[in-house]
Design a binder for this molecule. Structure first.
Ligand SMILES: [Zn+2]
Length: 177
């Protein structure tokens, strides 16, 4: 809906609202005075009153809602991705010397019985399964974690990308109307 223009009555000072269709014609003020409505061009110089766009507002708010949802979705999807990225970059890779230090510290802190139990648990499976390639569980855990975090990032940023694209489409659609 077009804006309304504020036409001031020269007799009583009252403001009469006029629209573009009334340009060049006359309108009656409440005081009885006939006011000349300026031409379409001169009308632009008058102060305007923005009227509520009731007829168009449902469609507009629907699109605005879509964009808002899209934007929220984009951010909501990207946040875990950022978290996984940070988690991935701050996780220290497995280091042999750290492991050895940890083992020594653990051995120092343990009672002989605890040491015996732990070695028993390690040696028994070896006796049952035979000597396998030496693999440190921490290395496997680390690699699996990195892989998992990488996958999560792909999912998270992928979803954020789709949401961003949807938002962009809704934005273009809104602009075209
Ligand atoms: Zn008047």
């Amino acid at each position: 809906m077009a804006d309304q223009y504020e036409l001031t009555c020269s007799t009583c000072g009252n403001t009469v609202l006029v629209g573009q269709p009334q340009a060049g014609s006359r309108v009656a003020c409440r005081c009885g005075e006939q006011l000349d409505v300026p031409t379409l061009l001169a009308l632009q110089n008058l102060p305007t009153v923005k009227l509520a766009e009731e007829a168009e507002s449902p469609a507009w708010s629907f699109q605005h809602g879509l964009i808002a949802i899209g934007f929220i979705l984009t951010v909501a999807c990207a946040i875990p991705g950022v978290y996984f990225r940070v988690e991935q970059s701050t996780t220290t890779p497995y280091r042999m010397d750290t492991y050895q230090t940890q083992v020594i510290q653990q051995l120092d802190a343990e009672s002989p019985l605890e040491t015996w139990i732990r070695w028993h648990h390690r040696i028994v499976p070896l006796a049952e399964q035979g000597l396998t390639e030496f693999q440190i569980p921490d290395t496997i855990t680390y690699e699996r974690k990195m892989e998992r975090l990488g996958t999560y990032q792909i999912i998270s940023f992928g979803a954020a990308g789709i949401a961003a694209l949807g938002t962009l489409i809704a934005l273009v659609w809104l602009k075209r109307r």
